[in-house]
Design a protein around this ligand. Structure first.
Ligand code: UGA
Length: 455
């Protein structure tokens, strides 16, 4: 669990009035963290139920440390919630737009929420404001936001628009926000630059100042690059499986080169979440609209799709026939420390197995609520051991820490066949083999290389 940063009282910064529009993953963390830095924050969302719950201290999603941070902000009167855009505009100097930018059927980002918010801000503007785009958006969105506000202003007021992409990860969002590697601000005026530098000063992080288009591209390029690293190592894992090499050793050897780095070279059952798959698609699309065919990113996407499929096929081949067999799944969320299942690899893998006639029983420490609607037909178990009970195969799809410390003697006694297919390479193959398991990881060709046969 992320360690909740203690509130520091020695920040020497000008305290500001900030509004954040959109209480989703990025918006709520942003608002709660700014409040914790001492700023006065109004969190606005047009979802009245969400705001009512937040006022009662109920979080809309699971994020380690967030509840405590929100509770502290509310108790100390620095964090307020509203459904009124008028309030959000009236009580702030800086307004962050952190609404969703979901994917359209065409793959491009749907900017309707951003447009609606820009128009609503314009309607209530009564003096200078700095409007900051924080949602992940295609390049040139900031320019469109500025144009939209100007078009819909009721009276002539001076305002600035800036881009300030967020790089936080779900599960470690608060630490990522409070201790960022860098803060990127894309601005068009000295006034906007000064305000944002002042706002972020307490974090003590390097601040990269660019124009708006470049800031927007930094976000898309960063997420796409990280996705590319994952697909690269997953492609290497495929080769490892075919030649008897171990991708973990390959990644360790590559990662020591500081030009490459070990981070995001974890091979597995593919990447998911609401950011990488969607942002990759959106970047491919915007590049296309700008006249560039980003073939590299298309390959990144295709490798990821194939990786999920090949993981399901690995289970199928290990069992010979999966029809009427029981597969226990450990982990449904797209990664640990979150209850988020959006674009989770577990969805594709489980659907494939179900289509082949398997019975699936699964356990995830947080994601059961989402799984109920996303995965009909899957029995959700109370513990990892229940997921192993009577199973012909135990498949790991999310690397929750608690799965690393299971009692494998007990697991073996519960399973019908002692087969573990590890989609996150969290187990030591030799150890599991010595306990009598048949073990298949991802890209760990040498160990368990006989996965085409029954033993
Ligand atoms: C990602 C970025 O890491 C953040 O910097 C960014 O702010 C965020 O998207 C966003 O745009 O909002 P997040 O989606 O929370 O953050 O999750 P990651 O930790 O990046 O993981 C994404 C997926 O990649 C997960 O499914 C994870 O299992 C997978 N992954 C990650 C791998 O398969 N291998 C790795 O080595 C690393």
């Amino acid at each position: 669990m992320a360690e909740l940063p203690k509130r520091s009282d020695d920040f020497r910064s000008v305290l500001m009035d900030v509004s954040v529009v959109g209480a989703g993953h990025v918006g709520l963390v942003t608002g709660a963290c700014f409040a914790d830095l001492g700023h006065s924050v109004v969190m606005m969302d047009n979802d009245a139920r969400r705001i009512a719950k937040l006022k009662r201290g109920i979080m809309p999603y699971y994020e380690p440390g967030l509840e405590e941070l929100v509770e502290r902000g509310v108790r100390e009167h620095r964090l307020h919630f509203t459904t009124s855009m008028k309030d959000a505009v009236a009580k702030s100097t800086i307004i962050f737009i952190a609404v969703g930018t979901p994917q359209k059927a065409s793959g491009e980002a749907d900017l309707a929420y951003v447009d609606t918010v820009a128009r609503a801000i314009a309607e209530h503007l009564d003096g200078y404001r700095l409007i900051v785009e924080k949602s992940t958006v295609p390049v040139q969105t900031g320019q469109w936001v500025a144009h939209t506000i100007k078009t819909y202003l009721k009276r002539k007021h001076v305002f600035d628009v800036a881009s300030n992409p967020e790089f936080l990860r779900e599960g470690t969002a608060i630490q990522d926000f409070m201790k960022p590697d860098r803060v990127v601000i894309g601005v068009q005026s000295v006034r906007a630059k000064r305000l944002l530098i002042e706002l972020y000063k307490p974090l003590g992080a390097p601040i990269v100042v660019t124009d708006m288009n470049s800031a927007e591209l930094i976000k898309h390029a960063s997420n796409s690059f990280l996705s590319m690293k994952i697909s690269f190592i997953n492609a290497v894992a495929q080769v490892c499986e075919r030649c008897g090499a171990d991708v973990e050793q390959v990644a360790a050897g590559m990662g020591l080169d500081p030009r490459i780095g070990r981070a995001f070279l974890n091979a597995g059952a593919g990447f998911g979440g609401f950011c990488f798959p969607k942002d990759l698609e959106a970047f491919i699309k915007i590049s296309e609209q700008l006249g560039y065919n980003f073939e590299l990113l298309k390959a990144v996407r295709n490798i990821n799709e194939e990786q999920k499929r090949s993981f399901a096929i690995k289970i199928q081949q290990a069992l010979w026939v999966v029809k009427h067999k029981t597969i226990g799944v450990l982990g449904l969320a797209f990664k640990p420390n979150t209850d988020d299942m959006r674009y989770a690899p577990a969805i594709d893998v489980i659907k494939y197995l179900q289509e082949e006639g398997a019975t699936v029983q699964a356990f995830d420490p947080q994601a059961h609520h989402e799984a109920t609607t996303l995965l009909p037909g899957v029995s959700l178990c109370r513990t990892a051991y229940d997921a192993a009970r009577g199973a012909d195969c135990l498949a790991v799809l999310t690397e929750w820490n608690e799965f690393k410390e299971l009692d494998f003697r007990r697991i073996k006694a519960l399973m019908r066949q002692p087969l573990i297919v590890d989609g996150r390479n969290i187990y030591d193959p030799q150890r599991l083999k010595s306990l009598g398991f048949r073990y298949l990881g991802v890209g760990r060709g040498r160990v368990g290389s006989g996965h085409r046969g029954p033993v």
